[in-house]
Design a protein around this ligand. Sequence first.
Ligand code: FE2
Length: 225
Amino acid sequence: MKKSCSVYIIRTTNLNIINYCYVVIDNETKKTALIDPSWNIDSIIKVVNNIGGLVEKVFLTHSHIDHINLADECAERFNAQIYMSEIEINTYGFSCKNLLGVRDRQIVNIGKTNVHCISTPGHTAGSMCFYCDGNFFTGDTVFIEGCGMCDFPGASPDDMYHSLRKIKSIIPKDTIIYPAHSYGEKVGKPFGYLLNNNVYFNIDNKEHFIKFRMRKDQKGLFDFK
Ligand SMILES: [Fe+2]
């Protein structure tokens, strides 16, 4: 079936932090959304201009600084509407220009492409993933090689366990996964690959999951396994 949208991957950096931001363009109308635009507005604008995109929306997976640092600038430059989960906004008091709260299962369109907002707490209290047309933008909830840390304020490994189960029950295996970070695996792998290779989708017992997620021998913030 013909895809209604196309995805462009942009890798941006700030010191030792590497983020993946995504440009989603509705193929028919050229209306465009940005997912977690961060650090380098020029590299994002370059891609948008190359594809003739008309940016009108920005989706933020959560409120950590490496995901929201260009929100105001995008709102200003493109007069874009900024979407973030209502729970995230209320829990952390996040604000930026043109901000609109969204709820679980709410649908927002980019031209003729529907974006399904899926609430996935765990890494933060109001983390949200966005599904559109066979693509799933997972922020810091799901990485190709693991899942997000659960020891920030408002985070919960119990919630993460349930969020991953929810994702497993609603996301088709051939969906392409686009996380906000990756330090080994390439972004853009099918969900079926994660089901076989990502350990967090393979721990069925909740207590085991929580113990493993919260273990103390991890190498640091960017050790996702
Ligand atoms: Fe984060």
